[in-house]
Design a protein around this ligand. Sequence first.
Ligand SMILES: O=C(O)CCC(=O)C(=O)O
Length: 348
Amino acid sequence: MALATAPAPRRYARYTVTVDQYVRFHRDGFLVVPGLVPPEDVAQLEAHCDEIVAGRIARDLLGQHVMYSDAAEAEKIYNRIHMLHRHLPIHERYLLHPRVLDVLEALIGPDVLALQTMLFLKPPGSNGQGYHQDSYYIPTLPDTLCGAWIAIDRADEENGCVWFTTGSQHEPIYPDAHNLRVHYPAARPEDLRVVDHVSDTDEARNGLTPVARRYPAGAELPAAADPGDVVFFGGHVLHRSHRNRSATRWRRSFVGHYCNARSYTEWDYGYEPAMANDRHILARGRTHLPFAQPKFGTPCAATEPPARGGPPAAAPTMMADMAQGGGGPVMREAPTDPERLDPDAHHD
Ligand SMILES: O=C(O)CCC(=O)C(=O)O
């Protein structure tokens, strides 16, 4: 009888960001990279979404950060689920997808910390999200936040793709008066930038609408994306999505948020303000700051063995071992193996 073995880890061809793409990311505040995630992987995500919608994944595994579609009570389904990479291996794998990390390494790296996942299951008729800036919700200091939005279905104007106000990536963060200290500890209530109702789909209420209106008509662009395309966007760019107006088409996407692993962050769900770097996974490169191991062992910089030789050793790094249920941080030396910068070393 054959012994059951784990499937061999998949290898991916390294993706190289062009100078033109780098410039466009900074010029527009976002960048669509076509076909970054291969069709087999998109099919896997699709099958996973079907499982969730069919109720085959236990509610308690889905974590606490679930938002529902605004359909009638009996038809309510998950619209958005946060942080499933802490509950399900498949989410950890896509948060740490090597091809997505290749791009992040060029845009915000070389050292990349993986912070957040969101799965959008936007059924026909479901709501969008009004103007907002992600760095308000996830402050990183220095601010290096970047989202990576993987299209599972085709997303376009009809089914509620994301729109970006180009040029607004140069705006400061406009913190919302609500939960000011929680989301944006750097802000003070008397700060003139404080606005109200960010993310509200009602333009008249959303305090970022006047900021968006300072840009010429036509500055707001839809990020249409085909399955496997990935939209990268910085933490300051104003963006929003509209209602899914299609009668039949879903708009599903998997979103990861990342920062440079040298940035300090207190961001995490459900924890008091204090350094939270040790709760987030070192996806690429190295850092002098704490970081976490991937709970399900997805290969990434955090799982690479400690250095032998190579460049000057980094200071010892404290790594919280989430696989052990957060059983307290342990001291370990940061990886210094020069091979960790070899693209192939990351593509297992
Ligand atoms: O997908 C959406 O509708 C909104 C996504 C978004 O705003 C984000 O990921 O920050």
